[in-house]
Design a protein around this ligand. Sequence first.
Ligand SMILES: [Zn+2]
Length: 304
Amino acid sequence: MKKLILLLTITLAFNCKNDNESKINKKLNVVTTTSMITDLVRNIGGDSINVQGLMGSGVDPHLYKASEGDVSKLVDADIIFYNGLHLEGKLVEVFEKMSGGEKTPVALADELNKKLLIGSEYFASNYDPHVWFNIEFFKKFTEKVTIILCEKDPKNAETFRANEKRYLADLDNLQEDVKGVVAALSPEKRILVTAHDAFNYFGKAYGFEVVGLQGLSTATEAGVQDVQKLAAFIIDKNIKAIFVESSVPKRTIEALKAAVNAKGHKVEIGGTLFSDALGTAGTPEGTYLGMYRYNIKTIVSALQ
Ligand SMILES: [Zn+2]
C-alpha cells in the first residue's frame, strides 16, 4: 500500500493538466467504489458524466486493495464517491491523500444521522458500514450525489435533478414492494443467517434477527467454535435455510450446513445473496433495485 501511495503522489504531482478550455466542455470524471454506489451515480449522472467503478460484481470491499490501474482512474477523477465508515478499509488512506486538492472525495455515509446508525466496535468508525440496506439511507445517498453533481456541473443540473426525482420514486416503489414480500413471512421465521453481518440495517428495517458467521467484516475468519455455536442456534430456532453471499467464499456457510446436518438437523442453503456487491452488470441483480428485489424474494421463499 505504501508503494501505491507513493506512486499516487508522484502521478498527481506530474499530472499538471492545465487545459482550462477542455475542462469547460469535458464531461465530469467520476470514480466510485462499490457497485451499489456506481449504479446510483450512473442513474443520476446518465450520459452527462463518465463513471468508473473500482469494484465490480462479487468484489469484497473490506479486503479491496487499489491496483495501479485504479490509481490512473483516481488521478483523472473530478469526484470520488465512496461509502465511508471504513467499509473500504484499505482505500481510505488513498482517498485521504487526495482531499484538499481539486478532487472531491465524498464519503456518502457522512450524510447520515449518526444517531440512526448501528454501532460496532469492530470498525474504526464505530459504526456498521452496511448502510445501503436501509432504503431511506440510500435515498440520502441519492440526494447527496445529486447535490455534488449539480455543484460541479451546473449546466447539466436540470438533468441530474430530473434523474434524482425519478430514482427517488423508484426507491419509494422498492420500499413498498419489499414490505409486501416480507409481510408474507411470519415474524418468528424472520431469522437471517449469512456468511458475514452485512444485513443488520435490513434486519432492523423489516424485523429480522440477523446472524453473520464471520461478524461484520470478512477480514476475520470464522473459527470452529463460531461454527458450532451457530449450528446449535440454528437447531434451537429450527431455521430452515441459511445463505451464501456473492462476495464471500462459500466454504464457511457450507461448513455451517455440514455442522448442523452432522447433528441430525436438516438445513438448506437458501441461495446466494448480494451483500457488499451487486450481481453481474447487465442482469437485473446488477442494479441496486434489482439486487434488493432478488435478495428479499430469495430470503422469504427459502424461510417460508
Ligand atoms: Zn461487509
